[in-house]
Design a protein around this ligand. Structure first.
Ligand code: 3PG
Length: 209
């Protein structure tokens, strides 16, 4: 059970952003990531099987913390929760989505890219936010700039984070964890190359500030 979105930052420094095209891949993928030590799984609602994938992961890989990514609306948040998602990640923030997740009791990690968006989310009680799209929205200099007025806000940069730059992001005081798709490359999923995914997960898990 997840009480606070900040708990998502505890199991490891990288949250995989996952796109699943075939529902049959969900469980072996989840097991491959867990074998590499990665426990928090963000399954994006970008494919028709995403909700079924979340259901399968909750059923078959119960020790994982499975959430839904790319949640944009209240109805998507509700569908994600019904499928068993224990948290939601959104690309941006709207008060309507914040209210919906609050009413559902579904912890929300919402995306922000500007000071005004940080303020809107903080107004609604959210203190752990995804900085998205991190590299395109100003990267490390922007995160350093946000740390001044928003020292009480923790951020999860996502979008353009790589194994080469992740440690630089993780060394910032306002960054607890980063998100990225590099742990689950589409070609590895297509080929069922689960050992490669375990190796990528283990390498990501070893990234520490
Ligand atoms: C996404 O939108 O898919 C996430 O932000 C992941 O971005 P990345 O592929 O740059 O890691």
């Amino acid at each position: 059970m997840l009480h606070d979105t900040l708990d998502l930052a505890v199991p490891g420094p990288v949250i995989p952003v996952i796109v699943i095209d075939r529902v049959a891949d969900a469980v072996p993928l989840g097991r491959a990531l867990m074998a590499g030590g990665v426990r928090v799984l963000e399954v994006t609602l970008r494919t028709p099987v995403a909700l079924d994938a979340i259901r399968a992961l909750r059923r078959e890989v119960p020790e994982a913390l499975v959430g839904a990514g790319t949640v944009r609306t209240a109805s998507e948040a509700e569908a994600a929760m019904q499928a068993g998602a224990v948290f939601a990640v959104s690309p941006g923030y709207t008060p309507a989505l914040g209210r919906a997740c609050g009413a559902l009791g579904l912890p929300l990690l919402p995306g922000v890219a500007t000071a005004g968006e940080v303020m809107a989310a903080a107004d609604d009680g959210l203190r752990f936010l995804k900085f998205f799209p991190a590299a395109a929205a100003g990267g490390i200099p922007m995160l350093k700039a946000l740390a001044g007025p928003f020292a009480d806000i923790a951020l999860c940069p996502t979008g353009g984070i790589t194994p080469d730059n992740a440690l630089q992001y993780l060394s910032l005081p306002n960054v607890r964890v980063v998100g990225g798709s590099w742990l689950t490359p589409a070609d590895a999923l297509a080929a069922g190359d689960w050992s490669r995914i375990t190796a990528l997960a283990a390498a990501a898990q070893a990234l520490r500030r």
